[in-house]
Design a protein around this ligand. Structure first.
Ligand SMILES: Cc1ncc(COP(=O)(O)O)c(C=O)c1O
Length: 374
């Protein structure tokens, strides 16, 4: 059973579970979305939609990226998808042939590897980097068969963020070597180093971005996970290739959900930065509480929703991340995600989406659990 379902079931049975397992915001969506579905005109909008996305949403994406990132795009540079998850799959199918290889920085979001398998391509892991990504090492480690590099920035699970210089270097390399960069920037609005979104491939001039795809969605920025709306932004020729795949996969994305997301994109910047500041505060609370747990080594993440914790010290001999996650849930009703989900047995991932009081109590329970076993 998925961790979130287990947590929900335990809570239904009356258990006081503190969850560091959520991979998405636990706050409601922005005010701009309230009532949006009630306003949706079902009678006028029940036909099949465009497989590229409704024009009102494509226009809203153009306005949104211009305001937020200073990025000028045209509607034919966006393709609306069923979440970022489907966007990743579409990009793989559009850009790769069976037998190709894709390169993924390690640790990685597990769906990249699973989807590569579904697309019939192999996955090569780039050097492990729990903190600062090393673009030079990535480039050195690809092979002749590598068709594209796919990464998340801010990263799930580590929270590491690529600088604009890193992004520029990767994009130039992809152009020169006829490869692709697929930048999953779904956590771009959970960035804590400055009161602006994280550096993005969309900030590159058009001629530097011909081999680059940006992926994002309404899930993390607007807490609209269940409505399943994401998008790919790239050169119009790339979007045409992706649209050919999309139209065969799902026809179009739910039109009512698209109208909801168009409303979400009108959320005032002050409200969005308030949401980000709240998460930044929760990150700080989690990190300072974790200082009292000697068997976890971590680095304060610059973005995203997670702290990636490596296991250190005496506990490591007896427990791996799976055993710790199972023990914490059974003995302390604390949910964490084992590192094995991201390819690493000696780690756990903690999210900071719960309110500060819950975070502090949860870490107290983690600490108590470890003290009894050391
Ligand atoms: C890095 C990354 N990309 C994509 C997704 C999927 O997002 P969506 O809900 O838009 O499909 C997630 C969700 O956890 C994620 O962590």
């Amino acid at each position: 059973m998925a961790l979130n379902d287990t947590v929900a079931e335990l809570r239904r049975s009356g258990a006081d579970v503190i969850s560091f397992g959520a991979g998405a915001p636990t706050v409601p969506p922005p005010r701009a979305t309230f009532g949006a579905l009630a306003d949706f005109d079902v009678a006028k909008s029940s036909g099949y939609g465009s497989s590229r996305g409704e024009r009102f949403l494509l226009d809203a994406l153009c306005r949104w990226y211009e305001t937020e990132l200073g990025a000028v795009t045209t509607p034919d540079q966006h393709l609306v998808t069923n979440g970022a998850k489907q966007a990743v799959m579409i990009a793989l199918l559009a850009l790769c042939d069976g037998g190709d290889e894709i390169a993924i920085p390690d640790p990685y979001w597990p769906s990249y590897v699973d989807m590569a398998r579904l697309a019939g391509v192999s996955a090569r892991l780039l050097p492990y980097a729990a903190d600062t990504p090393d673009i030079g090492a990535w480039i050195d480690q690809v092979s002749d068969r590598t068709k594209l590099v796919m990464y998340s920035s801010p990263a799930n699970p580590t929270g590491a963020v690529l600088s604009l210089d890193d992004i520029r270097r990767l994009a130039a390399w992809a152009r020169e070597t006829d490869r692709w960069i697929v930048a999953d920037e779904i956590y771009g609005f959970q960035y804590y180093r400055q009161a602006r979104p994280a550096p993005s491939v969309l900030q590159l001039p058009a001629d530097e971005a011909e081999h680059v795809l940006h992926i994002s969605s309404a899930s993390k920025t607007f807490a609209l996970m269940g409505h399943r709306v994401g998008w790919i932004t790239a050169h119009p020729n790339v979007i045409t290739r992706c649209a050919a795949v999309a139209s065969n996969m799902a026809g179009n994305v739910n039109t009512a959900a698209q109208s909801l997301v168009a409303r979400a994109l009108s959320t005032p910047q002050t409200e969005l930065s308030g949401r980000c500041a709240q998460l930044g505060e929760q990150r700080d609370v989690l990190c300072s509480a974790l200082e009292s747990v000697p068997w976890l080594r971590w680095r304060k993440p610059d973005g995203g929703l997670f702290v990636w914790c490596e296991l250190v010290g005496d506990l490591v001999g007896s427990f791996d991340g799976d055993a710790i996650a199972a023990g914490l849930l059974a003995d302390q009703h604390v949910a964490v995600v084992p590192g094995s989900a991201f390819g690493h047995r000696d780690a756990v991932r903690l999210s900071f989406t719960e309110p500060p009081g819950q975070i502090r109590s949860g870490v107290e329970r983690i600490k108590a659990w470890g003290e009894r076993r050391l």
